[in-house]
Design a protein around this ligand. Sequence first.
Ligand SMILES: [Zn+2]
Length: 523
Amino acid sequence: MDSLRKLLNLAIVMLAVAGIVAGQNPVRDYRRAHERQILDEFTRLLSIPNIASDRENIRRNSQFILEMMQRRGLHPQLLEAKSKDTPPAVYGEWKIAGATQSVILYAHYDGQPVDVKAWTASPPFKPTWRSGRFDLGGKIVELPIPLTSPTGITSMPDAVWIDPEWRIYARGASDDKAGVMGILTAFDALKAQGATPSFNIKFLFEGEEEAGSPHLGEIIDLHKELLQSDAWIICDGPVHQSGRKEVVFGARGDQNVDVTVYGPKRPLHSGHYGNWAPNPAMVLAHLLASMKDESGRVTIAGWYEGVEPLGDAERRAIAEAPAYDDQIRAELGLAKTEGNGKPLMEMINQPSLNINGISSGDVGALARNVIPTTATTVLDLRLVKGNDYKKQFEHLIDHIKGQGFLVIDHEPGDAERQEHALIAKVTARAGGYNAERTPMDLPISVAVINAVQLTSKDPIVKLPTSGGSLPLSIITSRLQTVTISVPIANYDNNQHAENENLRLQNLWDGIETLAAVMMMKRN
Ligand SMILES: [Zn+2]
């Protein structure tokens, strides 16, 4: 009996606390009252296939988002590149009387291509709710009550509770239609309470980020005045692995490189010629092994040259970030990591060299006793502030030459083959770019940090750079502005892969985060 009374008391206290919190958090209140509406609109957005090369459907997406913004009175327009056959960006604005500064909230509505067969949790464009993570047993669930009754009356029962651990599976659920939905819902919540930001708020939703943003620069050049602002807030990517909210001040640059080395001109019987004809797979293995030492440090001369050291604010932020390396190591089955045990956060502030894949001959059912003719690899050069993607490529070429190779950019001819024992064809893929990093102690940086912190009881994570890459220099090289990333998706969202998903609580938290950023105080 006593324990029952205690429980009842506890319940009353909890309800009181919840009441206080509810009263103080109009954005959350708005969301709670409109969950079904929000999810209904989100589901419809996710149902439109969004691969950038699928021009017809990508147009449907841009039109849908245009209408979402029209309904909200954001005066949207499609920003087209010169060639009208490219995915347009959707732009809108919330003009604030008397505001002299502005921020742009950016997200992208296109997604990575899909391998439909691999999507086991849901078809990629048939958004499906599950009670939790699919690979951990999450079952298909339905949202509790239809939004619109058969008589056409829209019902919004506020007693209906949707489990925030539910996840919606669809391409773009987290990367990055969650950004579009989070931003526009944050606007709704602020508008409903009559809030007045101190910045003009602009919105930009890009339609070909996953294709490498080939026209973003052109779109910016054509609409410079519209797109000029004091900061671009990039809402893309996952929050910290610890689940804490996160603000990221940069992204690594990237350059992909193809390397092919050569063996005999035709495949040879490995018994008749093995030990005599050089094997290109072995040659490539030696070459690649020469590029990194045992600890994972790149041994290519000049690789770390020019890397801009982190400032005090950046180093402090890394030290304050929650330690989760052990957890991730265990999750991934890694007994040892590169960098002599240095934390991941520190290592992503260094340029890297990764082998994306290697191919030579066949394995599995197709394996044969042959000496293959070529061995190929794709290298992924991640860059940090201070690196130059063209120079990094040159360092790589110099290193390969230093290993005794003739480096060429074409298939070798007979004369070249006869003269050179070692030949490597090395070509840089199009689309390389440099890293970007906004200082964490700028007034606008501090304003964003403070705004996001206000929405979280845990200390937020501040990162000088993300490990991944974004072509942020496309923006900063054209406009007098800085970029700051405020991601909202769950870290285990399978972005870019099959079964991409968004955890509902992350969308709910993200709405509050983005509303706070829109309401941040000018310094
Ligand atoms: Zn993205």
